[in-house]
Design a protein around this ligand. Structure first.
Ligand code: ARG
Length: 448
């Protein structure tokens, strides 16, 4: 039984029906019921329903809500979408008065209210999960203690850093993801009910009252915008895609760190998997799939933008496709956050091989501190590297004579500067830089 049919003389073709219906909106059922409760309350206050009619509708809606939460709600083949299913079931429960539920409403504003309620809650959940991963990264950073690794540019060793500093870089990225979800949630928090099919209603509806009942911060200003805009959906998916991209990038580092070549980290057995062929293997599949699944979520953003770009105002059925994309993006992120958080919680850090050359900038800065222009200091240290390399030697065994042979402004203490990556970390005092003090400060700031 569809919600329409008066002007039709035959039912839908089976293939056309299968093509146009999509059960991916079923998860909106709880929000659809909540939206209807807000709508009925407004209709009663506006005098469009008697107190008795409203009570009957609300009690039927409550039963449907209970059936949904207990997993007992049954969809039937004729349910065109989640809205039709609720209205059909309401009719079964309360009889003809169910026909008054849709007063002053269209599925066009109804589906938007459902999705906005859903995404408002999802944004809070994802923010909470992101905060959990930030805490896991901070915990791993604390456990990493004094482990030093190289930082990289162009995947060439650059400067020595605490491994904790590298982990905390991701914590800051994820903090911004939380901010982004909060910003997106603010734009989701607008009630579209009252916009109707396209242009509002001649009935004395009170959209502000509906918004109040549903806890929305604001109300639509333009009915066409209310029913046809999906920027709030695309923005939500972008938040998911950016967060997934951060997880992907973290995943890439976690994969590299677990290799024998890097050897900076190991993860618990529960977060690695074995090889069917190679008995010695422990593969970092969680991190690989965080990287791999980011691809589909980036695709969801493209889907949602493309869906909107050529649509005439106002509602078009194309928009039904928004839910599959945004639910996919949100589901993938939710799953990835849980798994990656567990993996990071299981991380044990170990010092990896740090190239002796990572102190080159420190040596140049020692000269710069004595008044040598940086460009000249850079050249002098480069000359030293070239000479040592030609002799198959490194900074680890540089001597005072080697230094003096390049430039008299080098001092004997520069031997130690060149030879100790650990001392390089201790010397690096710039705020936010990769020093032990900075790591401590970041951990304090992240906790507030
Ligand atoms: N299933 C539809 C969607 O998700 C609900 C709105 C349908 N509106 C309509 N006029 N057929 O967009």
């Amino acid at each position: 039984m569809t919600l329409w049919g008066g002007r039709f003389s035959e039912g839908p073709d089976a293939a056309a029906w299968a093509f146009t219906t999509d059960d991916s909106d079923r998860r909106l059922l709880g929000d659809d019921v909540a939206g209807s409760v807000g709508h009925v309350s407004m209709l009663a206050e506006a005098g469009l329903l008697s107190a008795e009619e409203a009570a009957q509708l609300l009690s039927g809606l409550e039963t449907i809500g209970d059936e949904w939460s207990s997993g007992e709600f049954v969809f039937v083949d004729g349910d065109e979408d989640v809205h039709s299913a609720v209205e059909r079931r309401l009719g079964e429960l309360v009889g003809d008065v169910a026909g008054k539920l849709h007063t002053g409403r269209s599925r066009n504003d109804q589906v938007c209210v459902d999705l906005r309620l859903y995404l408002r809650r999802a944004a809070a959940e994802r923010s909470g999960q992101l905060a959990g991963l930030v805490a896991a990264l901070a915990g791993a950073a604390r456990r990493a203690g004094d482990v030093i690794i190289p930082s990289y540019t162009h995947l060439q060793q650059a400067q020595a850093i605490p491994l904790a500093h590298h982990l905390l870089a991701y914590a800051w990225m994820l903090k911004r993801d939380i901010d982004r979800f909060e910003g997106a949630a603010a734009r989701v928090d607008v009630s579209p009910l009252g916009a109707g099919a396209a242009a509002g209603s001649s009935l004395p509806l009170d959209p502000a009252a509906t918004a109040r009942h549903l806890g929305f911060v604001s109300v639509f200003a333009n009915s066409l915008d209310a029913v046809s805009s999906r920027d709030f959906v695309a923005e939500y998916a972008f938040c998911c895609a950016q967060a997934m991209t951060h997880l992907s990038r973290l995943g890439e580092d976690l994969v590299l760190w677990a290799t024998e070549e890097f050897g900076f980290a190991d993860y618990g057995d529960a977060f690695t998997t074995g090889s069917s062929a190679l008995p010695q293997k422990r593969n970092p599949d969680v991190a690989e799939l965080a990287r791999g699944k980011a691809a589909g979520v980036i695709g969801d953003v493209a889907t949602l933008l493309t869906l909107q770009k050529g649509l005439p105002l106002a509602y078009n059925r194309d928009l039904q496709e928004d839910k599959r994309a945004v639910f996919h993006a949100d589901d993938v992120l939710a799953g990835a956050l849980t798994a990656v958080t567990g993996m990071v919680e299981s991380l044990t850090a170990s010092a990896g091989a740090v190239s002796p050359w990572v102190t080159a900038l420190d040596l140049a800065e020692a000269l710069t501190g004595r008044g040598v222009p940086f460009r000249e200091a850079h050249h002098l240290v480069g000359t030293l590297v070239k000479r040592l390399t030609a002799d198959d030697r490194t900074f680890a065994d540089v001597t005072e004579d080697d230094l003096a042979g390049v430039d008299p402004r080098f001092e004997p203490s520069d031997v130690e500067v060149a030879a100790s990556p650990a001392a390089s970390v201790a010397r690096r005092t710039v705020a936010g830089g990769a020093s032990w003090d900075s790591v401590e400060q970041q951990l304090r700031d992240l906790e507030t």
